[in-house]
Design a protein around this ligand. Sequence first.
Ligand SMILES: *Cc1c(COP(=O)(O)O)cnc(C)c1O
Length: 380
Amino acid sequence: MKKLETLCVHPTGEKDQFKGSVTAAIFPSAAYNYLDQEELQYPGFYSTYNQKRLGQIMAELEHGNWGMVFSSGMAAISTAILSFAQLHDHVIFSRDLYGGTWKFAEQELPKRGISCSYADNTLAGFQAALKPHTRVIYIETPANPLLNIVPLREIAEFAKKNGIVTIVDNTFASPVNQLPLLHAIDIVIHSGTKYLGGHNDLPFGALVSSNPEHREPVFSTAKLYGGSLSPYQCYLVERSLKTLAIRVKRQNENAMKLAEYLSGHAAVNRVYYPGLTSHPDHRIALQQMMGFGGILSFELHVNPEKLILFQKRLAIIQPALSLGGVESLICSPVATSHRSLSAEQRHQLGIQDNLLRLSVGIEDGDDLIADLHSAIAAIT
Ligand SMILES: *Cc1c(COP(=O)(O)O)cnc(C)c1O
């Protein structure tokens, strides 16, 4: 079995190399000879070769049976859920969700007669939310922005006993740090826009399943909702994936370094990073993750009005949404991702007004520390 770094550079799809080329070929054709039976295996999408190849690479990276790619993370998420939940069915979501997924659950699923519950991030929470018509359990771990961890194996086993399909959003971890399918989860989805693309310039989504029988329902849903990825984008993704392991390992290292630095800073109230023993879910993270990721959050011990000034004083770290790319980005969840929640709802989720989320890039760790250091000094 190839090790991860090797797999990223030399995925199995490579055996399709065209005319001896070292890198992948792009086949933009939107029409294929219908007498060629093989091409009919991938129905419903115009360009087949690059998508199919990238789906196989994703399946290999996630240790799944088959994979598929989409034009965005949300296309993968909506397809995954709608493939397994129908009229009168019930879906249990983990409590801390990406905003788009939460809105999809609140606005779109009820229109289709599908009801939703939100569970605490524990087995007991999911057990309490179970209904006779529960068909899908959807988990996000680590979750935004406090990096809460949901225990995968015990919830997967509980779901299997009850005939429920489990879906995990593995965006924050990437396959470098977490392989949910090896913890008995059925389906992994990604916003590839984050770590997989890795350069803050390449929106796409991916879905990988461990079960060959999931292929048909997912393909037929995907076909009707139409979120296909162009062959040119597929090529760029494949190129980005070659450096996935090396990027994410550097991001893990940098994030740990910054988490430790911030934990020791007098102007910081609290740091949330699953790699720190002070994180409430550190033990679960150790059990199911190979690395702790490049995202951390912290509360600055300043008046929340000063948060904007702090972000303006940063020279390397840029105030921007999104995460997982080579550039370090920072944002205030209260002003961005969690803006639409009431103060009361944020309070329930444990999100303080002075919280900042930092997505650590691949810059030099000491340069990033110096950047944080001088910006904090400027406002305190
Ligand atoms: C960004 C993100 C999504 C949505 O993905 P898009 O590619 O923006 O559609 C889903 N889940 C998580 C955890 C995300 O961070």
